[in-house]
Design a binder for this molecule. Structure first.
Ligand SMILES: [Zn+2]
Length: 165
């Protein structure tokens, strides 16, 4: 090889290495950008999901820490009272019993009970022996359900309810 040939050859090798490096860099950079944008998209999706799950509490309702239990018209749950409420109305889906600190006729918004009542609005029309405010300030609220099976399945739920003031 002549000196010129050696020089050209070396230049080509240098160029090839440099080009390879540049290509490699771009590939990495592009991969990184697409990964970053994919992550960005993920985050956005999570945000919109969270927004969908977000409860729109109607205006005028204030939050109360509560523990929900359930009752029905049966003798175990309602003794001799059956379907008669403390407000002289009849039990139905949407009726709840609360401690006396919440007056009869009040409205509660209970997002956790959406599957029982689509609009989550409940009428305070009943009272009960086990329905009270616990020492930590939690309101025990009894939710009326059609069958004792559902009452048993319901168990106890800690949640936030909203009282219309
Ligand atoms: Zn019952």
């Amino acid at each position: 090889m002549t000196r010129l040939e050696k020089y050209v050859c070396a230049t080509y090798i240098c160029l090839a290495v440099a080009l390879g490096g540049v290509l490699g860099y771009f590939k990495f950079a592009v991969y990184d950008i697409s990964k970053a944008s994919a992550m960005q998209k993920d985050e956005n999706e999570n945000v919109s999901e969270a927004k969908e799950n977000e409860i729109n509490v109607p205006t005028g309702f204030v939050p109360i820490k509560a523990e929900l239990t359930a009752y029905c018209n049966c003798a175990i749950c309602s003794e001799q009272w059956g379907s008669q409420t403390a407000m002289q109305t009849h039990t139905r889906v949407g009726v709840v019993a609360t401690p006396k600190e919440i007056s009869l006729g009040s409205k509660l918004f209970i997002p956790d009970l959406k599957k029982f009542k689509e609009d989550c609005l409940f009428d305070v029309e009943d009272r009960g022996g086990a329905v009270k405010i616990k020492s930590d300030g939690t309101y025990i609220i009894d939710v009326w359900l059609p069958t004792h099976e559902q009452v048993k399945e319901f168990g106890r739920k800690k949640t936030i309810v909203y009282l219309l003031k």
